[in-house]
Design a protein around this ligand. Structure first.
Ligand SMILES: *Cc1c(COP(=O)(O)O)cnc(C)c1O
Ligand SMILES: [Zn+2]
Length: 435
C-alpha cells in the first residue's frame, strides 16, 4: 500500500514522498499529513483480523497501535518498528464522576496506562519508527513534558540518541526525571520556547537530527489508534461525544482524522462529536471557536495554567483541529483552574486518577451539561491523557489546601483529603475512625 505526505492547506495540497524529511510544506509552509491508498480495505475483514490479533504474542500484534497497522500504513517494512507495547489502554466506568457532572454515565479512555504514562506513546512509536526507517541516529524535541519522557524512552529503545531542549528555569520535575532516566541528552537553553524551536530547527538541519515535535505527521498517525482501539473496545458503536483536553491540538487532529477514515471506510456508521477543552489561561483555540469567522488563531502571549500539558499559547496544529471539530459538529470549551482541580479530585475518587490536563475533560463535561450542549443521557467517552503520578506535587497541595493558581490566588480544596498526624495510640486512632 503506498503512502505519501500531503499538504493540509486546501489551496495547496502538494504531495511529497513519504521518506522526505519535511516538517512543513516547502511550498506554502502548511501542515503535512500522511495520506494512503484506501483501495482494497475491507472493514468487516479488518475488524475480525484486529480482534484475533489480541490473542497473539508478536510485537506488532501486542501493540495497541500496530495492531491497527492497515490504517497506519506509512511503513513498507515493519522491521523498523520500535514498540514498548503502547496503547492497550482501558475504558473505565466513572459513576461518581458521572453524577458529579450531572450525566447518567461517563466512560474514561485512560491513556495514562501507556508505557511512559501518557498518550504521547501512541504517537511516538510511529515517529521513532520513521526515524529508524530514515536511517537517523539522533532525534530531538522541545518540551518539558510528556513528549520528552516519551521520546526519550522510544529513542533509547530504538538505539537512537534522544536530545531534549527545554527553556532554562521552566522544568517539570516528574516528566524531566523520566527523560533523564531514559537517557536523553538534555539542554536547558536560556531562551523561550519559540526561540528554542527556531534554534533546534537550525541544528536539526545542520547536524541531521530528526525532529519529533508535535506537528510530526507520523506521531499524528499513531495517535489515531486511540480512536481505533476505543471503537474496537465498543464493538464499533460510536459514542455521542468524545471529550479531550486541547494544548497543541495534535491529538484533536489525530482523533478527527481517525474518525473521518473509519467513517468513510465503513467501520462506523456515524460520527461522534469532538469536544475540546482548554484551560481558561491558555485558551486561544476556544477564542478562535467563539469568533464569528473562525479564520485566524491569535496566540496567547503568556499562557498560564497549572495543567502544564495544555499550557500552550500558540498551538501549532490549529488549522487541522479546527477542520476536525467542524467536521464532527463538535465544540470547544474552556474551564477554570478551580474547575480542573475539583474535577481531578472526583476522577481520583473513582479510583482512577489522572494528571491535571486530563481532568479538564470532566470539568468540560460539567460545563457543557449545564449549558445544555451535552444531554444527560448522552453516551460520553472522556479521554484521560496522562497518569496520576505525573504531577504528585499538585495532588499533595490540593489535598493539604495549599494549591495556588498561577495568579497567586489560593484555590479551594473542595474535596480535600488531608493526612492526619496522630500519636501511636490505638484508643485515639479508634476514636478518630469511629467518627
Ligand atoms: C500533550 C498532552 C496534552 C495536549 O495534547 P495536544 O495534542 O497537545 O492538544 C494533554 N494532556 C496530556 C497529559 C498531554 O501529555
Ligand atoms: Zn502546501
Amino acid at each position: 500500500m503506498s503512502s505519501e505526505l500531503i499538504c493540509f492547506n486546501p489551496a495547496c495540497r502538494s504531495r511529497y514522498a513519504i521518506t522526505d524529511v519535511l516538517y512543513n510544506c516547502p511550498r506554502c509552509g502548511g501542515l503535512l499529513e500522511a495520506d494512503f491508498d484506501r483501495a482494497g480495505i475491507d472493514a468487516a475483514a479488518l475488524k475480525s483480523l484486529w480482534r484475533s490479533r489480541r490473542t497473539l504474542n508478536s510485537k506488532l500484534d501486542q501493540s495497541g497501535v500496530w495492531r491497527y497497522r492497515e490504517l497506519i500504513p506509512f511503513l513498507d517494512d515493519t522491521s523498523c518498528v520500535v514498540s514498548l507495547r503502547e496503547g492497550n489502554t482501558p475504558l473505565l466506568d466513572g459513576p461518581r464522576a458521572a453524577s458529579y457532572a450531572g450525566v447518567d454515565r461517563i466512560v474514561f479512555k485512560h491513556q495514562g496506562f501507556n508505557p511512559t504514562g501518557s498518550f504521547k506513546d501512541n504517537g511516538m512509536t510511529c515517529g521513532a519508527s520513521q526515524a529508524v526507517r530514515l536511517g537517523m541516529r539522533r532525534v530531538a524535541c522541545v518540551s518539558t513534558g510528556n513528549t520528552s519522557a516519551s521520546m526519550a524512552a522510544y529513542a533509547s529503545a530504538a538505539g537512537l540518541q534522544p536530545i531534549i531542549f527545554i527553556p532554562h528555569g521552566n522544568i517539570s520535575y516528574g516528566k524531566l526525571a523520566q527523560a533523564l532516566e531514559y537517557g536523553a541528552r538534555t539542554f536547558q537553553v536560556e531562551a523561550n520556547f519559540d526561540q528554542i524551536l527556531a534554534l533546534v530547527r537550525v541544528l536539526a538541519e545542520r547536524l541531521g537530527i530528526y525532529l519529533l515535535n508535535s506537528i510530526n505527521p507520523f506521531r499524528i498517525e499513531g495517535q489515531k489508534s486511540i480512536i481505533f482501539e476505543m471503537m474496537d473496545q465498543r464493538d464499533w458503536n460510536p459514542p455521542d461525544w468524545i471529550v479531550l483536553p486541547g494544548g497543541n491540538l495534535g491529538n484533536t487532529s489525530a482523533f478527527g482524522k481517525a474518525l473521518r477514515e473509519l467513517h468513510s471506510l465503513g467501520f462506523i456508521n456515524r460520527m461522534p462529536r469532538l469536544a475540546v477543552i482548554q484551560a481558561s489561561g491558555a485558551s486561544p483555540f476556544f477564542e478562535l471557536w467563539q469568533a464569528a469567522d473562525h479564520t485566524r488563531l491569535s496566540a496567547v502571549g503568556h499562557p498560564e495554567t497549572l495543567a502544564t500539558a495544555i499550557k500552550i499559547g500558540d498551538p501549532v496544529s490549529w488549522p487541522k483541529a479546527l477542520h476536525e471539530v467542524e467536521r464532527t459538529r463538535g465544540t470547544v470549551e474552556k474551564v477554570t483552574e478551580q474547575e480542573i482541580a475539583d474535577a481531578k479530585a472526583q476522577i481520583g475518587r473513582c479510583g482512577i486518577g489522572c494528571e491535571p490536563a486530563s481532568a479538564a475533560t470532566l470539568a468540560g463535561v460539567c460545563k457543557l451539561r449545564a449549558a445544555g450542549v451535552i444531554a444527560p443521557d448522552a453516551d460520553i467517552v472522556a479521554v484521560l491523557t496522562g497518569n496520576v503520578l505525573k504531577d504528585p506535587d499538585y495532588i499533595y497541595r490540593y489535598h493539604t489546601k495549599q494549591l495556588d493558581a498561577p495568579d497567586g490566588t489560593r484555590l479551594n480544596s473542595t474535596f480535600a483529603n488531608q493526612p492526619v498526624v496522630v500519636a501511636n495510640d490505638p484508643d485515639r486512632i479508634a476514636t478518630l475512625l469511629e467518627d
